[in-house]
Design a protein around this ligand. Sequence first.
Ligand code: AMP
Length: 511
Amino acid sequence: MHLAQLLVRQARVAGDRPAIFHGPHPWACHAEWAARAAGLAHRLRQGGLQPGERVLVFMRNHPRYLEVLWGAWWAGLAVVPVNAKLHPSEVEWIADDARTRWGFVTADVAPTALRGLERQVDIESPEADDLLAPLDDWTAHPPVERAPDDLAWLFYTSGTTGRPKGVMLTQRNLMTMGLTYFVDVDAVDAGDAIVYAAPMSHGCGLYAIPHVMAGARHVVPASGGVDPAELFALGRALGPLSTFAAPTIVKRLVDHAQAAGLTPEDCAVAFKTIVYGGAPMYVADIEHALRIMGPRFVQIYGQGETPMVATALSRRHLTDTAHPRYRERLASVGVAQTPVQVRVADAQGRDLPWGEPGEVLVRGDTVMAGYWRNPAATAAALRDGWLWTGDIGALDADGFLTLKDRSKDLLISGGSNIYPREVEEVLLTAPGVAEVAVVGAPDPEWGEVVVAFVVPRPGAAVSAETLDVHCLAHIARFKRPKRYVFVEALPNNHYGKVLKTELRARLRPPT
Ligand code: AMP
C-alpha cells in the first residue's frame, strides 16, 4: 500500500461518496478525485516526468491542492509543497535546490513566472483543466509502484545558516504518520470531515492522509484561509469538522465563539476535534479554549523532520481535571506517540534523569530519511538512528514531555517559523546598517513577534520605514520585524558573540 493506493481503495469501495468540498459546495466525489489524479498522472508522465522526480506546489489552499498531491503520487513523483507566504526569490531557490521542472501555482501567490521552472501551471487556468481532465478508465491506469523508502514529500524548513533545508519524507514516514492519527489523535470514519484553514503546505495538509485512509470528506474554505465566521458556518453546514491549527488560529476561533455567545454545545455542532501544535500554547489559553469550546482539543508536538509525530496530549488528558498533576500536564506536550520513542539527553546523548532539561531526541518510522543533498546537516541531525530535534525539554516519571526552550535560535510567530539569521542577513544589506541582531519578543496574539536591534553607521539616516521597505523587497512579509530598536552598540560576550539573551531581557516588560 502507498499513498496513491489509499485513494484507489476509497474510490473503489465508495466512489460516489462526496470527497472534496470548496466552501459548502461539493467539488468531487472519491471516484472523480481518483479519475482526475489518474488523468494528471498520465499527463505528467507524457510530459516526461520520471518516477522519483519532484514537482513544486506553490498554492494557496485550494481543492486542487488535493488533486495535485494525489496526481503526483499516482505518477510516482514526490511533491515539494512550499509555504504560500514565501517571497518568489525564496521559492526560486527551493525550486532550484529540489531540481523541480514543473510547478503548480495559484496566480495570487505566484503572479509572475518563477525562474528555473520549465512549466508553471496556474491551477485555475484552462491548461490545468486539461491536465486534470478525468481519465474515465482510471482503473486501467493504476498508480506507479512505490517502495516504502521512496521520497514522497520534500519539505523545506528554514535553516539556521540562512538557507532552507529539504526534509526528505518517504512513503513509509507519511503512511506511519497517517495511521498514528487514529491511535494517538482521534478516531475518523467516513462520515467525518477535515477543514483546511491553516496552510496545506504544512501539517494541516499532511492530515489529508488519515482522512483519505478513512474515506472522510475534505473541506477547503472558499477564502482559502482562516476566517472564523466562515469556518463556523462551514461546520454547521458540513460538520462537525476536524482541523489542525497553530495556537494563534485556535485563539481566533475561541475569540469568535465567545464574541458570538456560542455555548460549548453550539461549538460541538461545528467542530469535532481541533488539533493544535507547532508552537507553544499557554496554559491560560488552553483552559480558556476548553471553557468556551468544550472538550474538543488534542495537542501534538512534532517537527518537519518527524511530521506531526513526537508526542501528543490527548483529549482525555486535556480534560482530566481531577488528576493531581492536571495543570503540569496542560503545560506539557503530552506523551510519546505510538510509533516513536522520545528521550531527553545531554550533549553526549546520555539519558537525563526525570525533570532535568536536555535536548529532545526522537526515533521511529516517522523520522525523515535525511536532508536533501545535505549529508553534513543529515549527520548532525540523525545520530545512531535518533533525531536531534533542537528542542529543549524535560520528561516526568509518567512520560509527559514539557518543552522549555528551543536550542536553535528559531522564533515562532503565528505558527510560522522564522530564523533570525535570515532576517539579519537581509537587514545587513540595507544602506546605513552597521550591525543587527534579531530576536523574538513575547506577544499575546502571535506568540512571538520579530524585533530587530539595529546599530546604524555613523552619520547614516536609517529609519524603521526604510528598513521595512528593504525587507519587503527581499523576504516574506511575515518575517519582517514588527519593531526596530536603534542602539549604539550590541552587547557582546568574550567571544564577540551577540548576547541575545540580554536583548530578549530588555524586551520583557518589567515585573
Ligand atoms: P516545524 O518544523 O515547522 O513543524 O516546527 C517545529 C518546531 O515547532 C518544533 O521543533 C518545536 O520547537 C515547535 N513546536 C511544535 N509543536 C509544538 C508544541 N505542541 N508546543 C510547543 N512547540 C512546538
